[in-house]
Ligand binder design. Structure first.
Ligand SMILES: Cc1cc2nc3c(=O)[nH]c(=O)nc-3n(C[C@H](O)[C@H](O)[C@H](O)COP(=O)(O)OP(=O)(O)OC[C@H]3O[C@@H](n4cnc5c(N)ncnc54)[C@H](O)[C@@H]3O)c2cc1C
Length: 508
C-alpha cells in the first residue's frame, strides 16, 4: 500500500496506534482518525494494566511509542489477596499500569507527530466515508460492526456479572482484591495504582447481590451520562478501609455487564475491524488494550506488505486470530471464575490464591509452587503435606493422593474405568467450550452419585469440562471425575489441587 487513503473510526488505543503505525510503515498514505470525544481527557474508565510481554511487542514495532508509554506509566506493585485480616502476596513488579486518558494523550501526540489528520469531536458513520481502507476501531459497542452484522457474523454475549469502573484519589500500596459481604450482598473490589495519587477501583456484584442490594433500582434512577451515586455511596461504605475513608472517583460510572464480542470475519469489503470492535476479552485478565495495540501492529504490517486490500486484511486476520482466540479462552474462564466468586469466599486466602492463579488453565500447581512455595504448601494442606520443593514431583503427588468421596474410594486421584462403581455412575460427553450451564444442570439433577465428564481433547473443551465439574461439586451431591488427556496432566493436577474435580481419568 503506498498512496491509499485510510479513514479510522475511533481514537482509542487501537485507532490511534494503527494510525501512527500505518503512517510510519506507509508514509505516502493519507490517514485520518475520527474521534467523537473532544479530547483524550473526555474518555471513560480509569487505569489499565499492561504486561512486560505487551511492552516488548510494542517496543519491537515502535520503540518510540513503547518508550513514551513507559515514561507515562506507573511501574511495579505486588498483588495482594485480602480476606479479613489475612493477606496473600502474589507476583511482584512485572506489570505497568497507565491511566487511560494518559495513554490516549501519549498516542494522540505520537499520531499527530507523524502527520495523521486527527479530527477530535467528530462522530462519523461509515456511510459518510469514502476512503480506500476504512478501519473500524470504534470500541466494544461498535456501530460499524452493528451495521455489518451479517457480513461479519457477530455474536455478543453479556455475562451475568455486574461491574462498576471507579477510581480513587490515592495510589494503593499494592494491587489488591478484597471482598465484603453483608447478608446476601457480596461486593468484590479489584484495586491497583496507575499513577501517583490515582488507583483503579473496580467493583463487582453478582446476580444475587444485584437483587439483594437493590442495584437494579439504583441503576434505573441513573440518567444517561450520569454516575450511579447511590451505588457508589453503598460501595464506599463497604470498602471504607480499603478506600481509607476517601470517596470513590466516578466518570459516568454506573453498573455494566461485560460484552464478549466474537466475529466470524474481521473484515467486509474495504472495512476492517480491530481492537474491541473485533473482539473483547474479559477485563479480569487485563488484556483488551494489549490486544488492541497488537492488532494495530499487525494491521499496519499487513497493509504495508500487500498492495491488494483484501489480501492485507486476510494476512492481518491470519496473523492475529490464534493469539486473540487464546486470550479470549483464558478470559472466558477468568470471567467464569469471578462470576462464581461467592462459592469460594469462605475458602482460605491461600486456597483462593491457588485457584485464582490456575483459573484460566495457563498456570499449573508446580508453576505456582515455584514462585510461592509457602502459599502453595498451605493451599495444598487439604491433600496432605505437599513436597512443594520438588517441583518435578508435585503434579504426581497431587494425583497420587487417596480418594474417599461418598461411593467412591480409590488409592489415588488418577482413576481408570475399573475404579468406578458398577452402578450409580452417570457419564456425560461434553465438548462445548462455552458456558456449560446445561451440562451443570443435567448433572446436578441426576440421581447417580458419581459423575464422569468426558469429551474432546482440545484444551478449551477440557477447561470447560473442569469448570463444569467444579460447579457440580459445589452442590455437594456428587463425586465428580473428569477425563483429561495425558498431555494436559498439569491441568488435571490443578483441577484436583483446587477442588474443581475429585479425581481424573487420564486419557491418550
Ligand atoms: C472495567 C474495564 C477494565 C479494563 N482493564 C484493562 C486492563 O487493565 N488492561 C487492558 O489491557 N485492558 C483493559 N480493559 C480493556 C480496554 O479498555 C479495551 O480493550 C481497550 O480500550 C480497547 O481499545 P479500542 O481502541 O479498541 O476501543 P476503545 O478504547 O473503546 O476506543 C474506541 C473509541 O472509538 C470512539 N468512537 C466510537 N464510535 C465512534 C464514532 N462513531 N465516531 C468517532 N469515534 C467513535 C470512542 O469514543 C472511543 O474513543 C478494561 C476494560 C474495562 C471495561
Amino acid at each position: 500500500m503506498t498512496d491509499k487513503t485510510v479513514a479510522i473510526i475511533g481514537g482509542g488505543p487501537a485507532g490511534l496506534a494503527a494510525a501512527r503505525l500505518i503512517k510510519l510503515r506507509s508514509p505516502e498514505a493519507t490517514v485520518t482518525v475520527y474521534e467523537r470525544a473532544e479530547s483524550s481527557t473526555g474518555t471513560f474508565g480509569f487505569g489499565v494494566g499492561l504486561t512486560e510481554a505487551t511492552m516488548r511487542n510494542v517496543t519491537s514495532a515502535d520503540p518510540e511509542m513503547a518508550e513514551q508509554m513507559r515514561q507515562a506509566s506507573y511501574v511495579g506493585h505486588n498483588l495482594v489477596l485480602r480476606s479479613g485480616a489475612r493477606e496473600v502476596h502474589l507476583h511482584g513488579a512485572r506489570n505497568l499500569a497507565i491511566g487511560r486518558a494518559t495513554l490516549l494523550e501519549v498516542l494522540t501526540r505520537l499520531t499527530d507527530e507523524v502527520g495523521v489528520d486527527l479530527r477530535m469531536g467528530t462522530k462519523v458513520d461509515i456511510s459518510e466515508l469514502t476512503a480506500d481502507v476504512i478501519v473500524a476501531a470504534d470500541g466494544a459497542r461498535s456501530a460499524t460492526r452493528e451495521g455489518l452484522q451479517e457480513e461479519l457474523g457477530v455474536t455478543v454475549d453479556y455475562g451475568s456479572l455486574h461491574y462498576m469502573w471507579c477510581g480513587a484519589d490515592f495510589a494503593v500500596e499494592n494491587a489488591n482484591f478484597a471482598w465484603r459481604s453483608n447478608g446476601d450482598d457480596l461486593f468484590v473490589a479489584h484495586a491497583y495504582p496507575y499513577a501517583e495519587g490515582r488507583s483503579t477501583f473496580l467493583i463487582e456484584a453478582d446476580e444475587t447481590t444485584w437483587a439483594s442490594a437493590g442495584l437494579a433500582e439504583n441503576d434505573r434512577a441513573v440518567q444517561p451520562g450520569e454516575s450511579d451515586w447511590r451505588s457508589l455511596e453503598l460501595v464506599e461504605t463497604m470498602f471504607a478501609d480499603e478506600l481509607r475513608g476517601r470517596p470513590l472517583l466516578a466518570n459516568r460510572t454506573r453498573w455494566s455487564r461485560f460484552p464478549t464480542v466474537s466475529l466470524q470475519r474481521w473484515s467486509a469489503g474495504n472495512v476492517v475491524l480491530l481492537g474491541d470492535a473485533a473482539h473483547t476479552a474479559h477485563y479480569t485478565i487485563g488484556s483488551g488494550t494489549k490486544l488492541a495495540l497488537e492488532d494495530a501492529i499487525a494491521l499496519a504490517d499487513a497493509l504495508a506488505e500487500h498492495d491488494e486490500v483484501g489480501e492485507a486484511f486476510a494476512a492481518y486476520e491470519t496473523r492475529r486470530r490464534p493469539g486473540v482466540d487464546r486470550f479470549k479462552h483464558l478470559a472466558a474462564r477468568s470471567q467464569a471464575w469471578w462470576t462464581s466468586f461467592r462459592e469460594r469466599m469462605t475458602n482460605t486466602p491461600e486456597e483462593i490464591a491457588l485457584s485464582y492463579m490456575t483459573r484460566a488453565g495457563n498456570i499449573g500447581v508446580s508453576d505456582y509452587a515455584r514462585e510461592y512455595p509457602d502459599n502453595a504448601r498451605v493451599a495444598l494442606e487439604h491433600l496432605g503435606d505437599a513436597p512443594v520443593g520438588d517441583l518435578d514431583m508435585l503434579d504426581d503427588w497431587v494425583l497420587s493422593r487417596p480418594l474417599a468421596a461418598g461411593a467412591l474410594a480409590a488409592p489415588s486421584r488418577t482413576l481408570s474405568d475399573a475404579d468406578l462403581p458398577a452402578q450409580g455412575v452417570r457419564r456425560l460427553q461434553w465438548s462445548d467450550t462455552a458456558g456449560g450451564e446445561q451440562a451443570t444442570r443435567e448433572l446436578c439433577s441426576c440421581p447417580e452419585e458419581v459423575v464422569v465428564l468426558g469429551g474432546d481433547d482440545d484444551p478449551r473443551a477440557v477447561g470447560a469440562r473442569i469448570d463444569t465439574a467444579e460447579r457440580v461439586r459445589w452442590k455437594g451431591r456428587h463425586t465428580v471425575v473428569v477425563e483429561v488427556p495425558t498431555a494436559l496432566r498439569s491441568e488435571a493436577a490443578a483441577a484436583v489441587a483446587t477442588g474443581r474435580a475429585d479425581a481424573v481419568i487420564l486419557t491418550q
